[in-house]
Write a protein that binds this ligand. Sequence first.
Ligand code: ZN
Length: 232
Amino acid sequence: MSRLEPVGPVIVLSPHLDDAVYSCAHFLSAHPSTTVVTVLAGAPDAFHEGYNSSSTGQSYAPDAVKVRRDEDRTALAFLGATPIWLDLLDSDYVEYRPKANYVDLVRDEISRVLVEMSPATVIAPMGLIHRDHLAVSDASRDLWSRSTATWYLYMDLPYGLAHPRAVSKRLRILRRRVGLVELEEYGGDDVIKQQAMGLYGSQFEPTRRNYREIFDATMKADERYWRVENIG
Ligand SMILES: [Zn+2]
């Protein structure tokens, strides 16, 4: 099995303001000039009660997202990565999204960033369980054949550890169109990963509560990556 050793510049696509670190902190820590593009990092200009308000304690959506962006800035700086935040809305704010197919908007925005930044490598979520993760994965899949970058997928954590059958199912679906070469599991310093995850202060406890059985494993387990090949 080969190891993930991508050519730079590298972009990691993150659905929410924490996913790249939960899923790829070992990689980010070993590749300190990576740019993390968080796709669904916007806020409607509205007061809103939902996941973002309850986890941050801020009911004005721009304030809630500011808390989460600040956490992301701190955690990525700790790992030596640089954030870019797109103003698209996560599913907590679904009623504020335009009526158009949201995956199309997500694809167009990611495409715009890739044209601007010309990365040699893009590492995207495989797209597990959460509909926002699936949307970002599906949007990226549409870009594989149009981009000159080499694409890799990461296993979304903690979802992949909590739902191993969802991983096999998603791999089967993705492999209908491309080859996916599994790479060596990617280990790193568990303490650094735990510290980075802990810097998402508003998310750490809710995620630990929701994923009690595998939360420690998420902090300690090796990360999983696949290289996308034979893009038709
Ligand atoms: Zn997420």
